[in-house]
Design a protein around this ligand. Structure first.
Ligand code: FAD
Length: 388
């Protein structure tokens, strides 16, 4: 006999990453009884980096608006670092900046992924009508009967029944897979040829940033690219993006140093050779996937949001921001539909899914622009006109 997700209006969120935890806060504030199931253990009690992905993220206007709607924008920005422009580092070493806008407030922010996820989980937990279940992985979902099977402990399984399911379980979503089995869900995915690896640029010996902090630093070299975002401890997290075949060709310290001397020579002293060797060979190499699907709402009771519905390549810095916007749009739809979940989800589906496809396309376009166009004369002329 399946256990009931208790209370009136009990809804289930699958995935307690950035989007799932923000959605929990938002639905909790509307008075819904929420059960949040996260397959990992509680990241607030675990050592190391969350999820094995980017350490910091660029938070922009759409993400900020969603945080503002739940009263968390100021708290998040209080520990974020504003980035007012892109700082371009050409091979020549003559760096120059391209502002994000014309006003001082036109900036994006570097935020720590783990700290943001932890804050959202804590805020969710503070709400009396939200329960968080860690180490609870969705295994199966029957959309017909609203029955969900989760892993429970090392070997056990738990079956629950719920009123409504929100799939926020990331790019490889189990909820989405169950939707594909149930109905006519169109689905498209693409792995790009580039992979990424994270490196660290530590603070200087005097404890300062090794580069100017209020910039998103970019070393655009067509086939290869490196970006850097500032951290609160005055380090930078660098992300090296290049074709997987190039990563595979760098097998030892000698070839790594030769590669950096050829392509990113001015960064070597700032990173430090020993640091470079250590990070490069210790850190995992990530893959990048783009996912589009439709519809996002199915069976009158299941809606996917965030990467589960639209994973994007990270070149536009909008994956989390777009996922946060999903939460905001959904709450607006809930208001419009008088709190009726299925009606709100239908409204969301009708009005919002095409925006998420556009973000996927723009991210793919920026994959090309950030590597090449930011160095092209046409791009610079266009930016000067934009900024005039
Ligand atoms: P996820 O973060 O993937 O969270 C999904 C959660 O679901 C996880 O906690 C997972 O453990 C859990 N889960 C998975 N399966 C199950 C299951 N079966 N049962 C229960 N729980 C489950 N975005 C930006 O806006 N700005 C940036 O600067 C930026 N930089 C990026 C850099 C890199 C290198 C990468 C890879 C991505 C970047 N992104 C950026 C994108 C951003 O990381 C994602 O869009 C964002 O994490 C999506 O959040 P999510 O909650 O939808 O998915």
């Amino acid at each position: 006999m399946p256990e009931q997700e208790d209370g009136n209006k009990g809804v289930t969120i699958v995935g307690g990453g950035l989007v799932g935890s923000l959605l929990a806060v938002s639905l909790g504030q509307r008075g819904l009884r929420v059960h949040l199931h996260e397959s990992r253990s509680d990241i607030r009690r675990a050592a190391g980096v969350s999820g094995g992905r980017s350490i910091n993220l660029a938070l922009s206007r759409r993400g900020r608006e969603a945080l503002r709607a739940v009263g968390l924008e100021d708290e998040v920005l209080s520990t974020a670092i504003p980035m007012r422009a892109r700082m371009i580092h050409p091979l020549s070493g003559n760096q120059y900046s391209i502002p994000y806008g014309t006003k001082r407030d036109d900036c994006i922010y570097s935020v720590n992924r783990r700290a943001l996820n932890e804050l959202l989980l804590t805020k969710a937990e503070e709400s009396p009508n939200i329960s968080i279940h860690f180490e609870s992985r969705l295994l199966q979902a029957d959309l017909e009967t609203n029955t969900l099977v989760f892993s429970d402990g090392a070997t056990g399984k738990k079956t629950v029944q719920t009123e409504f399911v929100f799939g926020c379980d990331g790019a490889h979503s189990t909820v989405r897979r169950q939707m594909m089995r149930w109905g006519r869900l169109n689905y498209q995915q693409e792995y790009i040829q580039h992979g990424y690896r994270e490196l660290t640029m530590p603070p200087t010996p005097s404890g300062d940033f090794a580069m100017e902090p209020n910039f998103l630093h970019i070393w655009p070299h067509h086939k290869f690219m490196m970006i850097a975002l500032p951290n609160h401890d005055k380090s930078f997290t660098l992300t090296l993006l290049m074709p997987c075949s190039v990563f595979e060709s760098i097998r030892n310290e000698y070839s790594l140093l030769a590669f950096f001397q050829a392509h990113f020579p001015h960064s070597i002293n700032k990173i430090g050779v020993e640091h470079l060797y250590k990070d490069y060979f210790a850190n995992p190499q990530g893959k990048m996937i783009s996912v589009k699907c439709s519809p996002h709402f199915m069976a009158g009771n299941t809606l996917i949001l965030g990467d589960a519905a639209h994973a994007v390549v990270p070149f536009y810095g909008q994956g989390m921001n777009a996922g946060f916007e999903d939460c905001l749009v959904l709450t607006e739809c809930l208001t419009e539909s008088g709190g009726e979940l299925a009606a709100a989800a239908q409204l969301y589906q009708d009005n919002h899914w095409s925006d998420t496809h556009t973000i996927c396309d723009l991210s793919m376009y920026n994959y090309i622009e950030m590597r090449s166009h930011v160095t092209s004369p046409l791009f610079l002329i266009r930016k000067r006109i934009d900024n005039a």
